[in-house]
Design a protein around this ligand. Sequence first.
Ligand code: F6R
Length: 260
Amino acid sequence: MEVVITSSPEATGALVGAAIARLVTERAEAVLGLATGSSPLPVYDYLLTRSTEGLDLSQVLVFTLDEYLGLPADHPETYRSFIRRAFTDPAGVPESRLRTPDSEAADIDHMCRDFEQQITAAGGIDLQILGIGRDGHIGFNEPISSLASRTRLKTLTDQTRADNARFFGGDPAAVPRHVVTQGIGTILEARHCILIASGEQKAEGIAAAVEGPVSAAVPASALQLHGHVTVVLDEAAASRLTRRDYYRDTYANKPDWQEI
Ligand code: F6R
């Protein structure tokens, strides 16, 4: 695991966005796994700026991590609507190259299997962007999710619904209770995972995920089992890490310091 501490969310956006831009420049049809929520927005903003300067993002294939169940497809807070608004539409990614779990599926199990098959058929995810919940969730794999789990239905905790109420007029009861999420086993198959966090409210989850034991109680700790993970944090999110001086030192002295 590589831990990079940046000066701000914007610096995180530039660092992670540049890594995505390099990948897409090498392989226009790169398969990107994208998170929704606030954490990755600076990355998407950076990439959108680069696209106005000539970076062609139109051929990437995008898979999202998760989706709320029960919202009408045209609801502005489905994760499909969210990622279209925040990234794929302005980046010129055609809808046919955006794969999200179906928020209205009648047969959830079938839809989950189909979503997994689409990832496999695409040759797997080259680069997966992740945020982290205060409780250590990745995707919507809440604590005690199996570390081997695949795409499936999950129930959100009250804390996650309260945290996401800001997207639903501040009302936790308006946040769907049920979601479909890539499993932890699914996420661990991506070739490179980049976990992004900013703010003091993420510090405890980050410390547990990075320096604590691997445990289903902290789903993000499963990333310790992956061979290529980069954790990109601002100072506040890094504040509970006991080895942060070592991480700073390591990154500052990295021979190929421009690359993550
Ligand atoms: C979103 C997702 C979630 C979020 C997490 C953090 O697709 O999978 O795990 O990344 O809840 O959300 P923010 O970034 O809004 O704090």
